[in-house]
Write a protein that binds this ligand. Structure first.
Ligand code: ADP
Length: 459
């Protein structure tokens, strides 16, 4: 194996996942290994990792990690996940209910960043590339330049920083820079300072050797004020280092089904969720209930279609205001609306398979996996033309195209898209063509993994 890649991440399915990042880091290493690279992953050992996945874990040892003025102990475990997966153990920091959202997240992930690199003597693995993902692991890029390049094992190591979502930046009070143990001059505009705060995201953007994001369109969008969340100027300045590589999906996890099986899946879904067993279209969503996902558009668009006999199934967790709305809708339209406000991988599959129309009207969408999985199952996406949605869904013209695409961030625009989809639904010939087009799309990881390998090579 040629290239040695250490993917440093805070999610990797099936060990830990809150969204698309987990899917990517769970699958990319397998695809890279299939191409001959020695790709490995390091992850915090969260409490939520199922014991069954840790049965064969090997304990490699313990190392002290200095974070600011405190020294924490990091246990290092090795698991065979289809690739070598290292887990960093510290129960005080990671044996908690959730992955993120704690007041000491700055300390938790500063610790993880350091342990992920400083574990090297225990693993014996000297990567050519440290591939960091999102703000939690961005400080590795800075630490490599300032501290770790002096370690022989990392003397020729380069860093790649991948942005999965620019909205989450890890901006903390100024004093948080002390947790990185770097000279104070790094608290500057060319360092980690961001409007008086310490920004972990900036530690990635300013110090990574390469920057990537998860779709070509999002790579362009984040250089503009509408999508840049204050980082657009910096990203524009770094545009020569910035690439967009579309995520794939793991087709082993999403085996194809026939149209007959799909018809069965629809009936099964209706029975399971207590919906009327009608022939009308089922509109579906599987999503975090976050503002990003365009739920205001959904709230303003779906009801008239329910009154005309369409059904609506949502699976998602998140902000209370959206949960309340979907609960209300389910109460108002019993037998027609099913609101499932929790996280359930198995149910998500049944919805992808049994649904007819998949709504994804995101305000922004770095890549989006939902629409790719939906396409796989002929669950026709209705999407806003942004980010990865624009790169994967093309508007159906009666012959070509795999979904319905609109531009405006208005309920009327989504409503138009749903109307188009329902129209096609009742036209047997068009619907068959459309579903065939959708199910024939190939978003496997192979192509994306090749692009990552090329990028690693360039670095
Ligand atoms: P994001 O990363 O912004 O959340 P993506 O579309 O890239 O959005 O990825 C979301 C992933 O999480 C998909 O695989 C989707 O099926 C899954 N998902 C989201 N919400 C739920 C849920 N409540 N239950 C099960 N799976 C979910």
């Amino acid at each position: 194996m040629d290239e040695k890649i250490l993917i440093i991440a805070t999610e990797a399915a099936p060990y830990a996942k809150s969204g698309g990042l987990g899917d990517v880091t769970g699958t990319l290493p397998k695809a890279l290994r299939a191409l001959g690279a020695d790709a490995r992953v390091v992850l915090p050992k969260y409490q939520s990792i199922p014991d069954s996945l840790l049965a064969d874990a090997v304990f490699l040892g313990k190392i002290p990690i200095r974070v600011g003025e405190t020294t924490w102990e990091a246990g290092v475990l090795l698991v065979d996940a289809g690739f070598p997966l290292y887990l960093i153990e510290n129960d005080h920091l990671f044996a908690r209910k959730d992955l993120y959202g704690y007041p000491d997240d700055g300390e938790r992930f500063a610790f993880f960043c350091k342990a992920a690199v400083e574990m090297q003597p225990l693993t014996g693995f000297s990567p050519h590339i440290l591939h960091c993902n999102d703000w939690q692991t961005a400080p590795v890029c800075l630490l490599l330049k300032e501290t770790y390049r002096h370690f022989a094992a990392f003397a020729n190591t380069k860093s790649l920083f991948t942005i999965h979502n620019l909205q989450y930046q890890g901006n903390f009070p100024r004093i948080t820079i002390r947790l990185l143990n770097v000279p104070p001059h790094y608290f500057s505009i060319d360092g980690v300072e961001f409007y008086g705060q310490t920004s972990f995201m900036k530690a990635g953007l300013n110090f990574a050797d390469g920057i990537s994001t998860v779709s070509p369109t999002y790579a362009r969008e984040i250089q503009t004020a509408a999508f840049g969340y204050g980082m657009e100027g910096l990203l524009l300045a770094k545009r020569d280092k910035l690439t967009g590589i579309l995520n794939g999906i793991d087709y082993d996890l999403y085996p194809a089904i026939t149209l007959e099986e799909k018809a069965e899946a629809k009936k099964h879904l209706q029975r399971r969720l207590g919906l009327e067993e009608s022939d009308g279209p089922i509109l579906t969503m599987v999503t975090r209930l976050a503002e990003q996902k365009g739920l205001e558009l959904v709230m303003g668009a779906v009801e008239p279609y329910l009154q005309q006999g369409a059904q609506f199934v949502v699976l998602g967790t998140g902000e209370a205001r959206y949960e309340a709305y979907f609960r209300y809708l389910a109460g108002k339209y019993p037998g027609r609306v099913s609101a499932n406000l929790y996280f359930d991988e198995a149910l998500s599959r049944e919805i992808y398979q049994g649904g007819d129309i998949f709504l994804m009207p995101s305000y922004f969408e770095p890549c989006g996996l939902g629409q790719m999985i939906a396409l796989r199952y002929g669950n026709i996406p209705v999407v806003r033309k942004t980010g990865g949605l624009a790169d994967t869904v093309t508007h159906f013209d009666g012959q070509n195209g795999n979904g319905f695409v609109f531009r405006d961030t208005l309920p009327d625009a989504l409503s138009w898209g749903i109307g188009q989809a329902i129209c096609a639904y009742w036209d047997k010939e068009a619907w068959t063509t459309l579903r065939q087009n959708a199910m024939a799309c190939d978003f496997s990881w192979q192509a994306s993994a090749k692009k990552y390998l090329e990028l690693y090579g360039r670095l």
